[in-house]
Write a protein that binds this ligand. Structure first.
Ligand SMILES: [Zn+2]
Length: 401
């Protein structure tokens, strides 16, 4: 029987119990402190991942951003990059360090895509090589109308390039028997027909299916009586091109040299073409490529290049293209004249010369990745157009040391 039940605890017993009580309290405090520390670390890890990144045992791998379209390496399916994608990625990441939205934009002018190669003919193989070259150098196709409106929406470090085709020849758009595998515009193709993979449209669509980040924007400057030469296919072809996001431009109805033309002839040539395209597609052309690059000599006739009417229907051209012979100014440049835009002939020599020049002279347009900002090198500030709509926030890129 214990002494406590009868006489209460002895002094020695009481001391022992006190010691045990103290130890118990210390243990409880220790446990509470430990739980506090663990909770604090977990909370910090959850709310401030970057703060704890440096601590090795708290480090966690960043989650890949699957919406990062500029870097195909990060897309969900983790497909390995092709050599041309690798090359593009490396150039784009280098260029993205110094955007220049006051730089020049190449507008390439093609005529026939056929054999044999000559000044005005590019072979299908060489046209394919041109697209590969543009792609690897970090260019992306933009619609001509986006350039004219100054809405160039490209990933940072890439450059706009505009493709144009004059004369609406069969070599630009030819249909052959076959099952069209593309994703755009199928509803407009005649049953059992597909674009010839050796015509400009076929080559362009195949390339952009393989490289969606390159796009397939292009403008076809059409003339009549039958754009792309097969009368019974005209309506379907024009609508197919529009469904693919391409544009139809004006090249006059009869491919008329307008140098000696009267005001009436200018209005008839441009208005009749515009009306025909509108009847067939519901969309009016918004730009004009001058046949032979010739403006009317008579001032009275010249003004009808931009606006006029034919048979009671109005037309308007927001851009006029010449035949030669350099890269076009930035859409934000004070000297830009949208009614006299130069083009680069789609030949080996001219393409090589101008693309090289844009890089060595550092005058190439390089996007900053946002449509809302205008990234302007310090030394170009005086060249910004005064009448730019108040849409852009100016970002000044300091002059290189
Ligand atoms: Zn022409």
């Amino acid at each position: 029987m214990s002494k406590t039940t009868l006489n209460g605890p002895s002094r020695a017993e009481a001391k022992r119990m006190k010691r045990m009580e103290k130890k118990k309290r210390q243990r409880r405090r220790g446990v509470v402190l430990f739980l506090c520390v663990i909770s604090a670390v977990l909370l910090a890890f959850y709310f401030y991942p970057s703060y704890v990144e440096g601590v090795w045992f708290l480090h966690r791998e960043p989650v890949a951003d699957e919406t990062d379209s500029a870097n195909p390496a990060h897309v969900a399916d983790e497909k390995p990059l092709s050599p041309e994608e690798e090359e593009r990625l490396s150039i784009v990441s280098q260029l993205s360090q110094r955007p220049n939205e006051m730089g020049k934009v190449p507008i390439i002018m093609y005529h026939a895509i056929s054999e044999p190669e000559s000044d005005w003919v590019r072979t299908p193989e060489n046209f394919k090589k041109d697209l590969e070259r543009f792609y690897k150098l970090g260019y992306t196709l933009v619609p001509f109308q986006s350039y004219l409106s100054g809405e160039i929406d490209l990933p940072r470090g890439t450059s706009p390039l505009i493709l144009t085709f004059d004369d609406s020849t069969l070599s630009q758009f030819r249909l052959i028997d076959g099952d069209y595998q593309g994703s755009l515009g199928k509803e407009f193709l005649p049953q059992g027909k597909m674009p010839d993979p050796r015509c400009a449209v076929g080559i362009l669509l195949e390339f952009s299916e393989k490289h969606p980040d390159f796009g397939c924007a292009a403008t076809f400057f059409a003339d009549f009586p039958a754009p792309f030469d097969v009368p019974e296919e005209v309506e379907q072809k024009l609508n197919f091109l529009l469904a693919c996001g391409m544009e139809i431009g004006n090249h006059t109805y009869n491919h008329k040299d307008l140098r000696e033309a009267s005001p009436e002839v200018v209005q008839m040539e441009i208005g009749k073409q515009s009306n025909e395209i509108f009847n067939l597609t519901g969309v009016k052309p918004l730009s004009l490529a001058l046949p032979y690059g010739n403006y009317p000599r008579i001032d009275e006739a010249k003004k009808y290049l931009v606006k006029g009417e034919f048979e009671g229907i109005e037309y308007e051209n927001k851009g006029i293209l010449l035949v030669g012979a350099e890269a076009a100014l930035s859409p934000y440049h004070k000297f830009l004249d949208p009614l006299a835009l130069p083009r680069i002939r789609g030949s080996e020599e001219e393409i090589t010369k101008w693309l090289k020049y844009l890089d060595t002279s550092k005058t190439r347009y390089i996007s900053d990745g946002s449509v809302h900002t205008l990234s302007c090198p310090e030394e170009e500030l005086d060249n910004i157009a005064a009448d730019l709509p108040n849409l852009y926030e100016l970002v000044i890129i300091p002059t290189e040391p």
